[in-house]
Design a protein around this ligand. Structure first.
Ligand SMILES: Nc1ncnc2c1ncn2[C@@H]1O[C@H](COP(=O)(O)OP(=O)(O)OP(=O)(O)O)[C@@H](O)[C@H]1O
Ligand SMILES: [Mg+2]
Length: 276
């Protein structure tokens, strides 16, 4: 669904920000892009969205080169959630906001079909539609932006730090909705995220970046357990993973606090039995 072929990119008057990036994501994959500040994560997802064009190499979305595809066709296929929802919201009510997005990418469906779509998505996100976006909390505004993207039913969802500034509950709420899109509709997700706990909970694949290059791409747990790689990328793995690696002795496979607790209890029981 997303394919980078030897992609390099430089901002005007800057050295290259992205160098020789090659990877692919299958339809329905949930990938996280991780790495230190300035590693090139945002640049990479903007290249995937077609907001930026590669200086060399190709980016293909569902087989189509972003240099040749039309903005309108791409906007329908790919939804992009910015870190700051206020960059995306421009209308006075949530209903108007959602209709605005729909009229832009699905105008051929006709007004009544779009209104029906909007009502469906409002119900799904538990909005009445009459709320004023700018009177809502930050987390709720993020959900308005997400609802507006979901309404158009994109096949690819690109997220640049979707949970920054949200409290734990809001974060779970947003991420659960994204997971549902991914699981129920096979939407391909590519998410930049600084919160490794969120990455562990939701993503299945990790793309690890440093200095504009891809260091590794693989299953999230495998990537997190690779100490050398994590150090090279200046990424701190989730605490439960670090703890498991430190303990060794079978604990390294526990990748949730619950699994760790189970492993400790099982170990204790075994020790107790051998003492007797
Ligand atoms: N608009 C821009 N103009 C010039 N250089 C830029 C621009 N945006 C990013 N860069 C540079 O490109 C490199 C990669 O930046 P990018 O924003 O992609 O990193 P990032 O991994 O998203 O970082 P962060 O974690 O801080 O968001 C950095 O060296 C940055 O300074
Ligand atoms: Mg960034």
């Amino acid at each position: 669904m997303i394919r980078f072929e030897d992609v390099s990119f430089a901002y005007p008057d800057q050295g290259s920000s992205i160098r020789d990036l090659s990877f692919e994501l299958e339809r329905g994959e949930f990938a996280a892009v991780i790495g230190a500040n300035g590693a090139g994560k945002s640049t990479t997802v903007r290249l995937a969205d077609g907001l930026l064009r590669p200086s060399s190499g190709r980016v293909l979305i569902d087989g189509e080169d972003t240099r040749n595809s039309q903005v309108s066709a791409r906007a329908r296929k790919v939804g992009f959630l910015f870190q700051n929802p206020d960059r995306q919201i421009c209308k006075n009510t949530v209903r108007e906001e959602i209709l605005f997005g729909l009229r832009t990418v699905r105008s051929e469906e006709g007004e009544s079909a779009l209104q029906a779509r909007a009502e469906r998505i409002l119900a799904e996100f538990s909005f009445t539609g009459d709320e004023e976006p700018f009177a809502l909390s930050r987390g709720q505004r993020q959900r308005v932006a997400l609802a507006s993207i979901f309404a158009a039913e994109p096949e690819v969802l690109i997220l640049d730090e979707p949970t920054t500034g949200l409290d734990y509950r809001e974060c779970c709420h947003i991420m659960d909705q994204i997971r549902r899109m991914n699981e129920e509709r096979q939407v391909t997700v590519m998410m930049v995220c600084h919160d490794m706990e969120v990455v562990l909970d939701y993503a299945s694949k990790a793309l690890v970046m440093a200095g504009g290059r891809l260091l590794a791409a693989g299953p999230v747990r495998e990537v997190f357990r690779n100490r050398e790689l994590m150090e090279k990328a200046s990424v701190l793995p989730p605490q439960v993973i670090s703890l498991g690696l430190r303990l060794g002795d079978g604990y390294e496979t526990a990748d949730t606090p619950e699994a760790m607790a189970e492993a400790v209890l099982a170990h204790r029981k075994k020790e107790g039995a051998s003492d007797e």
